[in-house]
Design a protein around this ligand. Structure first.
Ligand code: ZN
Length: 50
């Protein structure tokens, strides 16, 4: 898997990102939502509110 310049883990599509987000929440991490990255066009998780 290529790494985005943001250094974040990249997901292929919104579904993958949302599944990862659900798993992350289960572990009490801080990520709150998924968003599509403008630089790699993949999906990342962020702790920032929309
Ligand atoms: Zn990216």
């Amino acid at each position: 898997m290529k790494t985005c310049l943001t250094g974040k883990r990249r997901y292929r599509n919104q579904l993958d990102a949302r599944i990862a987000l659900a798993n992350t929440r289960r572990r009490d991490r801080s990520e709150k939502r998924a968003y599509q990255c403008p630089s790699c066009h993949g999906w990342h998780l962020t702790s920032q509110a929309a």
